[in-house]
Design a protein. Structure first.
Length: 175
């Protein structure tokens, strides 16, 4: 079977329905997850769309919300890596995406500060906090999604929370 034939091979029976159901039920939550990881809505939507399009043609038994979440997490990591490389190659380019005026108006000032502080965290710390507090995943589920030990999840979350408290406390002191 050549590459062209493989690319057009039909999805296994039931796979399209499972994938469509996952998309319909969880797309918005997955976009929000990606938004918290990558920092802008357009990129977040692209990440989720790319993950779903790569899953087309998979067997239905392999398609689950946990599997899609890991895909979104990995795709967000890839995007952030590409941005970091671009920032090193093109030093004048901004690393953090600029939100639209509409987005800024919709978010309250406290929420903007929290999202900005979250965005300044190292990648792993940001991922673990998002998975824990946004998706309400257990330490075991986070460990499985991020491929680290549960003890690493707990210690990373603790360090991330300490850093957020310091940063947000400094912002309050300046106000």
């Amino acid at each position: 079977m050549n590459m062209e034939t493989a690319a057009r091979a039909p999805a296994p029976p039931g796979a399209e329905a499972v994938l469509a159901g996952l998309y319909a039920e969880h797309r918005l939550a997955l976009v929000r997850l990606a938004l918290l990881l990558v920092g802008d809505r357009e990129s977040a939507e692209d990440v989720v769309q790319d993950v779903f399009s790569r899953m087309h043609g998979r067997r239905p038994e392999t398609l689950s919300l946990a599997y899609v979440r890991v895909g979104v997490l990995n795709a967000a990591r890839s995007l952030l890596r590409r941005r970091a490389v671009a920032a090193r190659v093109l030093p004048g380019r901004r690393e953090e995406p600029v939100g639209s005026a509409e987005t800024a108006a919709l978010l309250g000032e406290a929420r903007q500060e929290m999202l900005a502080a979250l965005g300044r965290l190292p990648r792993r710390q940001r991922e673990i906090l998002v998975l824990r507090y946004y998706l309400d995943l257990s330490d075991a589920d986070i460990a499985q999604a991020t491929r680290v030990r549960e003890s690493t999840v707990r210690s990373t979350a603790s360090r991330a929370l300490d850093r957020l408290k310091r940063e947000l406390g400094e912002l309050e002191d300046k106000a």
